[in-house]
Design a binder for this molecule. Structure first.
Ligand code: AKG
Ligand code: FE2
Length: 384
């Protein structure tokens, strides 16, 4: 086995083990490993493929024609008076597409390319810093789950690690980070640029929540009513996937659904990492770099009483390619009680039903306690 040297560059992680004990461990910084130009994968990253989760499934990229993935023109959804017919068509596409996939690509959303490029620039500038500079400029916290630079989804000492470095910030509510230094101080404009994006993205997410309700023939505000401008939560997570020596053995992000209502994703520098499980096959999404992607999270599955389903997805690594994504997780305030929209008795399994009311904070606690799981288990908590 090729020796690697982590050069003392480690992330500290804190986790609760299976016996309920609080443990602290260290994990190597993937970016630093990749910089060494390894030809083999360090053992801690080797994932034994299981039947449920084959890593290198040749069938994964076949069978998805870009046309099959719904692409929603948000400007058309806004054209209530100027083009009601075009809008109705777009709503129908949204309903069938998101019912089918749990996600869609969005175009003409109105978030300026200047704002999007700004995010890309500050993210790349942060990851361009040395490890020491990164550590100096932002904290990494066990206190607030998943915040700061470098925390991974680590649950035990012997679990295979994802080939990823992360930076997570609480962008809303204001003060939700409890005053900790979760925003990088370098580059200086990191926070300002990201908050501008969050502000614009939030408008689009609210509009999509309304459009989705309408598309499902529900009252327009049934989803958006759970959000309020002051207390709703937005976490921003930057995912950095450095080039990987053995994409056949490592994973970028282990399979999961998102503990959000909606997730808005942008990616840059490369495409081709995100996969979704459909009919027991992992499919690489035909997601062009300049489009944004929206996916249903577990809370929207519960709100919609299963009419919409959060997709089970993962990220694969690539050999000579580095890829970034920025995920924005949009959630109601943690004390909110979500009451699933009733379905008619005759609706049956596919039409939805079978969910009970849950409090957002309780579900999040459960989700993070049991994740990662082999399949979509966390949401069973919200089942009747
Ligand atoms: O990198 C991606 O495309 C997806 C990231 C993701 O699934 C997540 O951050 O929850
Ligand atoms: Fe995700």
């Amino acid at each position: 086995m090729e020796k690697y040297n982590d050069g003392g560059c480690c992330h500290q992680v804190t986790f609760i083990d299976q016996d309920g004990h609080r443990k602290t461990s260290t994990v190597p910084v993937v970016q630093e490993l990749a910089r060494q130009g390894l030809t083999q994968l360090p053992e801690r990253f080797i994932r034994a493929p299981s039947k449920k989760n084959p890593i290198d499934d040749d069938s994964h990229s076949s069978g998805v024609s870009p046309k099959a993935l719904p692409v929603i023109n948000v400007a058309k959804l806004r054209a209530k008076w100027s083009d009601p017919e075009g809008r109705a068509e777009e709503l129908a596409k949204l309903a069938s597409g998101v019912r089918d996939w749990g996600l869609c690509l969005i175009t003409e959303h109105g978030i300026s390319s200047c704002v999007l490029h700004g995010v890309k620039d500050v993210v790349k500038s942060f990851f361009g810093l040395s490890f020491e500079e990164k550590k100096q400029t932002v904290g990494s916290y066990g206190k607030i789950d998943n915040m700061g630079y470098g925390r991974n989804f680590v649950k035990s000492e012997d679990q295979p690690l994802d080939w990823i470095d992360r930076l997570t910030m609480k962008a809303a509510p204001v003060g939700g980070d409890e005053g900790l230094n979760v925003w990088p101080q370098k580059p200086e404009n990191f926070r300002q640029v990201t908050e501008r994006y969050v502000l614009e993205a939030r408008k689009v997410l609210d509009e999509l929540l309304q459009a989705l309700a309408e598309a499902l023939s529900l009252e327009r505000n049934v989803f958006v009513k759970y959000f309020d401008p002051t207390n709703s939560e937005i976490n921003v997570r930057v995912n950095y996937y450095p080039p990987c020596p053995r994409p056949d053995l490592a994973q970028g992000i282990t399979p999961h659904s998102d503990a959000s209502a909606l997730t808005l994703l942008m990616q840059f520098d490369a495409t081709g990492g995100l996969q979704v499980l459909r009919d027991q096959k992992w499919l690489t999404l035909p997601w062009p770099t300049d489009a944004l992607l929206v996916n249903v999270g577990d809370f929207l599955e519960i709100m919609s009483n299963g009419r919409l389903k959060s997709p089970w997805h993962r990220v694969v690594t690539q050999m000579e390619v580095e890829r970034f994504s920025v995920a924005l997780f949009y959630n109601p305030p943690s004390w909110t009680e979500i009451v699933p929209e009733p379905v008619e008795d005759s609706a049956g399994q596919d039409g939805g039903g079978g969910f009970r009311k849950v409090v957002v904070g309780d579900y999040l606690k459960h989700f993070y306690e049991i994740s990662p799981t082999e399949d979509k288990q966390a949401i069973m908590y919200a089942r009747v």
